[in-house]
Design a protein around this ligand. Structure first.
Ligand code: SAH
Length: 349
């Protein structure tokens, strides 16, 4: 049973093909796909529109295991951090963030991370492994189940997904791509392409590939406007320096009206001067960009401090003067270590 294939790792087309290969009608694949997108489905026996014998055969051969909710923490601001236990006992976290008219879910793509950014707590865990498609999708389904149980989904939908939890999504390319296909499929979870954002440290070849393979929103964790500063913060900048990264962003196919979000951590005395703001404005000149300034979430293990509020406001003002859309991210869920860069599964220790 443990080694059986998990049908939740299949796109709808792949499920159809799997059923066809067995001499079964392709629409059986679509039926299963739909069940697997629904909350509270744990067993083939619940798939009541399939013949009983087929359900039994499938149960013999395949798994539909979904990582299990291990712990839920609720912040004073309503943000919820969910810890899910994977089949191999590893733990991952995702964060449900209440917005005015919807919920945003922040998902993880790896257990730990190999990118080694100096300011990020997940980096301190090191890299354990990539998540499978079903382990990414599980975060969406478990989040929905929590919201349904609390009667919160009746108020507003879980509408947005950001790949800004643990891990580097583009370093787990195939599985993230598969998960995106499952998320966007109208026959299942049916997320809108303009509501799902893949955030990356800037893996240039994978950004190019993503642009060719699927239509999805892109965010770049930039954090510095020059190579010298960026390399100190993000080792990946040595491999893909800013000119290569900007080139990939410039070429990323954006539907009309879409912009690439550039995330910029505000680190006191490191990257937060007016000169940095001007350099940033010049750097992004050729890209349809939106800049999201992120006050740094401090932590005893991290050797940085957040910029002061007035510094952040001045930085924003300069970007606005240049004509950019520039917002300041309101940090949520800090009291439960659910804020950006704070996911590190303490439970695993
Ligand atoms: N690997 C991807 C996605 C995960 S990080 C990426 O780097 O984009 C999600 C965001 O949180 C990134 O922009 C990251 O730089 C930011 N972040 C990391 N540590 C942080 C911290 N201590 N405070 C605030 N934001 C942080």
């Amino acid at each position: 049973m443990k080694n059986s294939k998990n049908l939740r790792d299949f796109t709808c087309e792949e499920l159809e093909a799997l059923f066809s290969e067995r001499g079964l009608p392709a629409y059986r694949g679509r039926q299963v796909f739909k069940w697997l997108a629904s909350p509270f489905v744990e067993s083939f026996s619940q798939m009541t529109d399939l013949p009983k014998s087929l359900r039994e055969d499938l149960a013999q051969e395949f798994s539909i295991f979904l990582p299990v909710l291990e712990e839920e923490q609720v912040s004073a601001d309503g943000t919820r951090k969910l810890a899910l236990r994977l089949e191999d006992e590893n733990l991952i976290e995702c964060v449900v963030i209440p917005e005015e008219d919807h919920f945003t879910l922040c998902v993880s793509s790896q257990v730990g991370c190999a990118m080694g950014c100096a300011f990020c707590l997940t980096a301190k865990m090191g890299f354990k492994r990539n998540l499978k498609p079903h382990e990414i999708i599980a975060q969406v389904i478990r989040a929905k189940e929590v919201l349904i149980r609390k009667d919160l989904l009746a108020e507003k939908p879980l509408r947005n997904i950001v790949f800004m939890g643990m891990g580097e999504p583009l370093a787990n390319y195939e599985n993230v791509l598969c998960a995106l296909k499952i998320l966007f499929d109208e026959r299942g979870l049916n997320f809108s392409r303009r509501r799902v954002t893949v955030s990356t440290v800037g893996l240039v070849p994978q950004i190019e590939r993503l642009g060719r393979d699927i239509k999805v929103k892109l965010a770049i964790s930039l954090h510095a406007p020059d190579d010298e500063t960026r390399t100190k913060l993000m080792p990946i900048n040595r491999r893909y320096p800013l000119n290569a990264l900007m080139d990939a962003c410039h070429k990323y196919p954006l539907p009309r009206g879409w912009r690439i979000t550039f995330e910029y951590l505000m680190l006191r005395g490191i990257n937060d001067s007016p000169e940095h703001a001007q350099k940033l404005a010049r750097l992004l000149r050729k890209v349809p960009a939106k800049i999201n300034l992120i006050p740094f979430n401090e932590h005893p293990l991290l050797p940085f401090r957040s910029s002061e509020e007035k510094t952040i406001l001045r930085f924003q003002e300069i970007l606005l003067e240049y004509g950019y859309v520039a917002t300041i991210r309101k940090s949520k869920g800090r009291d439960i270590s659910a804020a950006c860069g704070q996911l590190a599964t303490e439970l695993a220790a």
